[in-house]
Design a protein around this ligand. Structure first.
Ligand code: ATP
Length: 424
C-alpha cells in the first residue's frame, strides 16, 4: 500500500463508516471545513477525554477553563495577532489563484504555470461584527488559538482557586484560521479544535517545567499506542521571537513528518504584554515569601483534528483480507459489539439484547448488529476499531457462556456472561 493510497483509503473509510464527512456537502462543500460523523465524534471525544484526564483530572496543580471564543479585539492587539498573525501570499497573474509564498518553490503557479506575483501579507484571523452595526468599532475576531482565553482569566483563577505556583490552566475548544491553502484532509483546516495548557512557573523554574511537559506529552501519545512519532526542536530562526525554546511532536503522516503538537517556553511574553496593554497588573505574589513576579509560561498546544488523523493513520492495517483499525481501546468509538448468532431465533435475540443492555448500563459505548452473517459483522466491526465482539449462541441459552472475539488476534474464546464487563 503506497502512502498516497493509504490516505485515500482512510478518507474513504472515514466517509463510508461515519467518521468524517466534508462540510456542507449537499451544497458542494466548503474548503477547509469538515464534519465529524457519529464515530468521528466518539473518537474525538475519547481523545479529548484522555487529554483532560492526563492534564487536568489526574493532577492537583492544573485547573480547567472554558472561555468565550469571541473576545475584546484589544486582546489580539496585545497578543500580536492583529499585526503579526499572517502568512505571505503570492498570486498567479493568469488564473488569479493565491498560494502561501513558503509553499511555492518556483515563480510559477502550481496550478496553471502562470507567473506568480508577490501580494501582501494575509492575516489569518476571521473577522466578524458584534452587535447590529457593522463598522470598525464593532469588529471582532474568531479566536485563532484558545490560549488567549487562559491569559484573560489568569487573575480570576489566581483570585478564586487558591492555586500556588507552579500551576496550570487547561482548555479545550474551537479555533479558527483562514488558512490560505487548507490541505491534507483534516490536517490543515479553517476550523479546528485545540487542547491547550498554560503552565505558569516562577522564572528560573521554566527549563525544568519545559522538559517535564515535553516528556509528559510524549508519553501520553506513546501510552495511547501512537507509533511513528518524534520530537523536533525548532531552531532560534524558526521559533517565535518571544519563545525561549519550542519542541514539536511530529507524526509521520502519509504526506510526511508533520507537527501534531507544539510545546513552547513562552517566557513572560503574554502576561507582560496583556499587563501593558490592559493597564492591569497581572503579576503573581507568593503568599508565603511575599515575592512578586510575572510568571513564565510553558505551553503544550495540540490540535484534536490532527491527532485524530494521526491515530487513524497509525491504526489502519490491511491483513488477511480484512481492514482493521487497531485503535487503543480507550479511543475506539465502540468498546464492544454484541450479536445474536442468528437474527431469526427470538430467544437468541432476546438473550443478546439483554447482554447489550447490561453492558450499556455500565456506561460503555456498545454496538449492536444482527444483520448478515457473523463473518461480515466481524469484518464490519474490525473496520471501525471495535476491540471485542460478543456473540450469544445456542450454548449461551444452555450454560450462560458467550464467545468473545479479540479484534487484533481475531481469536475467540468462551467466557461466562458474568465475566464480560471485567474482560472489557
Ligand atoms: P502549522 O505550522 O502547521 O500551521 P502552527 O505551528 O501554526 O501549525 P500552532 O499555532 O502551534 O500551529 O497550533 C498548535 C496546534 O494546533 C498545532 O500543533 C496543530 O495540532 C493545531 N493546528 C494549528 N493550525 C491548524 C489547522 N489549520 N488545522 C488543524 N489543526 C491546526
Amino acid at each position: 500500500m503506497s502512502k498516497e493510497n493509504k490516505l485515500e483509503k482512510i478518507v474513504s473509510l472515514a466517509k463510508r463508516r461515519g467518521f468524517i464527512f466534508p462540510g456542507s456537502e449537499i451544497y458542494g462543500g466548503i474548503g477547509g471545513f469538515y464534519d465529524f460523523g457519529p464515530l468521528g465524534a466518539e473518537l474525538k471525544f475519547n481523545i479529548k477525554q484522555a487529554w483532560w484526564d492526563a492534564v487536568v483530572k489526574e493532577r492537583d496543580d492544573v485547573v480547567g477553563l472554558s472561555a468565550a471564543i469571541i473576545m475584546n479585539p484589544k486582546v489580539w492587539e496585545a497578543s500580536g495577532h492583529v499585526s503579526g498573525f499572517s502568512d505571505p501570499l503570492v498570486e498567479c497573474k493568469k488564473c488569479r489563484k493565491r498560494f502561501r509564498a513558503d509553499e511555492t518553490e518556483t515563480q510559477k503557479c502550481p496550478e496553471c504555470g502562470g507567473e506568480l506575483i508577490k501580494a501582501r501579507n494575509f492575516n489569518l484571523m476571521f473577522k466578524t461584527f458584534v452587535g447590529p452595526v457593522e463598522g470598525t468599532a464593532s469588529v471582532a475576531y474568531l479566536r485563532p488559538e484558545t490560549a488567549a482565553g487562559i491569559f484573560m482569566n489568569f487573575k480570576n483563577v489566581v483570585d478564586t482557586m487558591r492555586v500556588k505556583m507552579p500551576f496550570g490552566i487547561a482548555q479545550i475548544g474551537r479555533a479558527f484560521r483562514n488558512e490560505i491553502n487548507p490541505k491534507d484532509y483534516v490536517f490543515r483546516t479553517r476550523e479546528f479544535e485545540q487542547m491547550e495548557l498554560e503552565y505558569f512557573v516562577k522564572p528560573g523554574d521554566d527549563e525544568r517545567a519545559f522538559k517535564e511537559w515535553i516528556d509528559k506529552r510524549t508519553t501520553w501519545y506513546e501510552k495511547l499506542g501512537l507509533k511513528n512519532i518524534r520530537k523536533q526542536e525548532q531552531s532560534p530562526e524558526e521559533r517565535a521571537h518571544y519563545s525561549k525554546g519550542t519542541v514539536d511532536i511530529e507524526y509521520e503522516f502519509p504526506f510526511g513528518w508533520k507537527e501534531i503538537e507544539g510545546i513552547a517556553n513562552r517566557s513572560d511574553f503574554d502576561l507582560k504584554s496583556h499587563s501593558e496593554h490592559s493597564g492591569q497588573d497581572l503579576s503573581y505574589t507568593d503568599k508565603e515569601t511575599g515575592e512578586k513576579y510575572l510568571p513564565y509560561v510553558i505551553e503544550p498546544s495540540a490540535g484534536v483534528d490532527r491527532i485524530c488523523l494521526a491515530f487513524l493513520c497509525d491504526a489502519y492495517a490491511e491483513e488477511d483480507k480484512r481492514v482493521v483499525l487497531k485503535l487503543h481501546p480507550k479511543l475506539a468509538p465502540y468498546k464492544a459489539a454484541v450479536f445474536p448468532l442468528v437474527a431469526n431465533k427470538p430467544e437468541l435475540v432476546e438473550k443478546a439484547r439483554q447482554i447489550f443492555k447490561e453492558l450499556k448500563a455500565t456506561g460503555l459505548n456498545i454496538a449492536w448488529d444482527d444483520r448478515g452473517n457473523i463473518g461480515k459483522r466481524y469484518y464490519s466491526q474490525d473496520e471501525i476499531g471495535t476491540p471485542y465482539c460478543i456473540t450469544a449462541d445456542y450454548q449461551t441459552l444452555e450454560d450462560g457462556t458467550v464467545t468473545i472475539r479479540d479484534r487484533d488476534t481475531a481469536k475467540q474464546e468462551r467466557i461466562s456472561e458474568r465475566e464480560i464487563s471485567g474482560h472489557l
